[in-house]
Write a protein that binds this ligand. Structure first.
Ligand SMILES: Cc1ncc(COP(=O)(O)O)c(C=O)c1O
Length: 375
């Protein structure tokens, strides 16, 4: 049923899993973009993992929600930036199982994406909490965890923002096996380099581990789109090694894998001023891909990643490259009325409402504050 389980059948009974995603996602050539760049560019369409809201999270949730169901939790607690795709994807999947989603939000620059994602939250039943910054988020998580454990009478299931835990990483270990099988089926040599966005790191860590286990020959390049304290080489190596140990503990036939921080190929030059700040390179990449392929990207993750790929293509004409599209391609989610969000969110939509900002981060770096409107 999943390429990972085909490779290691014992894992099927040992690893929590619930089928959620439409897999395999298509692997297709980007013919017009290739013609314009002189490289052979392919895209793994992970935007199509789910009919309601696709993207990379759904692969992670196959394993995470397998665990949620096994533990019998009724409330899922998670969080993200104001424009988080992760919180939306969590709510879409949680609703499928009749579970409640509680989400904490921290500041990020306001883009059209943020407005849409926040408006889409009330119809999904998300209980949204504005937390300001990471400190507020951590305190809110503690309080909400206790509150909902008491209210629901069951332990709350906590998903770290972005779902970077070991179970989430397995989603992209599976994707690596899936890709290997697709190249083989098409009798096409594997790409020389694969590009993927790196936020909370789970997607990249999973691809790296899966690439090692499945015996990929090409490079796997992560494009850092968030500050270095969140995404860095030692952390990614630790995540890969932890997931490798976990898999081997479940099934001793899984070969041992150890990755050092030096082996992690993380590209640092595409973040710009900070997380979610649209850079000119990302804007150009989004426009280029929309014009040539009609594929919608955004500027926080996939635009910056595509910008890195386009630079590589310019330096390596004729190379075969793979872009992992992690952005939900499905039709936009239904928007609700922003008045349905709690009051602390209202000044985002109506600047005449006075906003108090208690976020300590904005003190030393105001670019983190949502009041700096970037539209
Ligand atoms: C569209 C998109 N691409 C890529 C990522 C990064 O994935 P990860 O957090 O696993 O590094 C995210 C994370 O939220 C995302 O929303």
């Amino acid at each position: 049923m999943r390429a990972l389980f085909d490779a290691f059948p014992i894992l099927r009974d040992r690893v929590p899993f619930v089928p959620l995603a439409d897999l395999p996602t298509p692997l297709t050539p980007m013919e017009c973009l290739s013609a314009e760049t002189g490289a052979e560019i392919w895209v793994k369409r992970d935007g199509l993992t789910h009919p309601i809201y696709g993207g990379n999270k759904v692969r992670k949730f196959e394993f995470i929600f397998g665990d949620v169901l096994r533990r019998g939790s009724r409330v899922v607690l998670t969080g993200g930036g104001l424009g988080s795709h992760h919180t939306l994807a969590t709510a879409v999947v949680a609703r499928q199982f009749g579970l409640r989603t509680v989400c904490g939000y921290y500041c990020q620059p306001l883009t059209d994406e943020v407005y849409h994602n926040l408006r889409a939250s009330p119809p999904l039943g998300i209980e949204a909490l504005f937390c300001g910054d990471y400190v507020g988020l951590a305190l809110s998580f503690l309080w909400q965890y206790m509150r909902w454990t008491v209210r629901s009478g069951r332990p709350v299931y906590f998903i770290y923002p972005g779902a970077p835990g070991t179970l989430g990483v397995l989603g992209y270990v599976n994707a690596a096996f899936e890709l290997k099988a697709q190249w083989e089926r098409m009798s096409i040599p594997e790409p020389e380099a694969t590009f993927v966005a790196v936020g909370s790191c789970g997607t990249f860590a999973g691809l790296l581990l899966g690439a090692r286990l499945a015996g990929w020959r090409g490079r796997v390049l992560g494009v850092r789109v968030i500050e270095e304290d969140v995404a860095n080489r030692p952390k990614i190596a630790r995540m890969v090694n932890r997931a490798a140990t976990y898999l081997r503990r479940q099934d001793p036939s899984v070969p041992p894998v150890r990755v050092t921080a030096e082996e992690v190929e993380l590209l640092d030059g595409y973040l710009g001023p900070g997380y979610a700040h649209p850079t000119p390179e990302a804007l150009r990449a989004v426009e280029w891909v929309a014009r040539t392929e009609g594929l919608p990207l955004e500027t926080t993750y996939t635009g910056k990643t595509m910008a890195a790929l386009l630079d590589y293509a310019a330096d390596h004409p004729g190379s075969r490259l793979l872009f992992v599209d992690t952005y939900a391609e499905a039709p936009k989610l239904r928007e609700g009325d922003w008045h349905q969000l709690p009051r602390p969110f209202w000044p985002i939509f109506d600047p005449s409402i006075r906003a108090r900002c208690w976020c300590w981060r904005s003190g030393w770096n105001p670019t983190f504050c949502w009041r700096r409107r970037l539209r």
